[in-house]
Design a protein around this ligand. Structure first.
Ligand code: KG4
Ligand code: ZN
Length: 345
């Protein structure tokens, strides 16, 4: 079994908010000892999206074996764990309930502290695992299947949401357009790949900015514009290029994300921007963010793809900063499907 120095803090993290069942062991907030992710993507693929009831059942089947595997890979006994951390929202309520119940049962049985973590806070914390020297304050662009947030990370546990989507999340838009183009699920990586063969300037799709000064996003108009373009080409039996549509759509999303993140950094006078969430794996987003960062004297951070997608190491990392502040949950912790990020401050 692994040696544990007296001052080491070892946290077991559990994540079941959507379609990945994950458990991880993280030492002192930044060192990943294990990060086991069991993806349900193949199960949901044939439905073209996540089916909540199936996701919950799969989590029930997988959560204990995945926790066992995480402990085994970390070579650590359960008694050596200092705290149990779990995502308690936002997410699919039935899916969250499985992780929260498992975490509570372990915490009670072992008489260890329980730490509840906001899922978006976890995505942000993935950057601490990637960059050992990264410290707040910074701006974080959190873009996933369920969220598009521009967050001012003032301190480890202090967040201000500067902008958010008013309709679809960025990843959701990628997934829906992939369906229109008949590419498969999840659509983000497929659009990313196909775009490399297309011309991003071929079609001028709309970019939405709000003139009330807000940093909010809206992707539903863009989605409709892409659908209208494709339908009109098909109705007129005109030739069109899937790759050009994918590339032009992707460029429209990326332009808005990059612009709002840079505006946020300028607004708060911050020279660090981190990316987080599944869409942070997007190659054009990374490339354009680096370009804009260079032009504006802002350092850009993004985690490896495995830390962008849902995983429990990011949850254990986020929990560490609550743990050292003595911010524990009590055993009545319940999942909250639409948990607000501000509410954890
Ligand atoms: O963070 P995540 O794993 O789960 C949620 O919390 O939602 O994000 C999944 C989303 C999906 O919508 C997927 O299509 C998108 O991230 N995604 C991408 C890429 N890889 C994953 N979107 C664009 N480009 C990618 N390379
Ligand atoms: Zn997520």
């Amino acid at each position: 079994m692994a040696n544990k120095n007296i001052e080491d803090i070892i946290i077991l993290g559990i994540e079941t908010s959507c379609d990945e069942t994950s458990a991880a062991v993280v030492k002192n907030g930044r060192e990943v000892l294990s990060n086991v992710i069991s993806s349900q993507v193949p199960v949901h693929q044939k439905y073209g999206g996540v089916v909540p009831e199936i996701a919950s059942r799969k989590h029930v089947e997988l959560v204990l074996p995945v926790i066992d595997q995480a402990l085994k890979e970390a070579c650590i006994d359960l008694e050596k764990i200092n705290a149990i951390a779990v995502t308690y929202g936002p997410g699919l309520i039935g899916a969250l309930l499985v992780g929260v119940s498992a975490a509570k049962a372990l915490a009670v049985a072992l008489d260890k502290p329980l730490v509840g973590v906001h899922h978006i806070e976890g995505h942000i914390a993935a950057n601490y695992l990637q960059y050992k020297d990264l410290t707040p304050p910074f701006i974080c662009l959190v873009v996933s299947g369920g969220h598009s947030h521009v967050v001012f990370v003032e301190d480890y546990c202090k967040f201000e949401v500067l902008g958010r989507t008013r309709d679809d999340a960025a990843g959701e838009a990628f997934d829906k357009i992939a369906r229109v183009l008949d590419l498969g699920y999840p659509g983000g990586p497929l659009i990313d790949k196909l775009s490399k063969e297309g011309n991003a300037e071929a079609i001028e799709f709309p970019r939405v900015y709000f003139n009330d000064g807000s940093l909010d996003f809206s992707f539903s108009g863009l989605k409709t514009a892409v659908m209208n373009y494709v339908n009109s080409k098909m109705q007129k039996s005109e030739e069109w290029s899937k790759a050009d549509v994918a590339a032009s759509f992707q460029k429209a999303v990326v332009d808005v994300l990059v612009n709002n993140a840079i505006r946020a950094a300028k607004m708060k006078n911050i020279n660090k921007i981190a990316l987080a969430g599944g869409v942070a794996s997007n190659s054009l987003l990374r490339q354009e963010m680096l370009k804009a960062g260079k032009a504006n004297g802002i350092s850009i951070y993004y985690p490896n793809p495995v830390l962008c997608t849902d995983n429990a190491a990011m949850i254990a990392c986020g929990a560490y900063y609550h743990y050292i502040r003595g911010n524990y949950a009590d055993y009545t912790l319940s999942p909250v499907a639409n948990l607000e990020l501000e509410s954890i401050c």
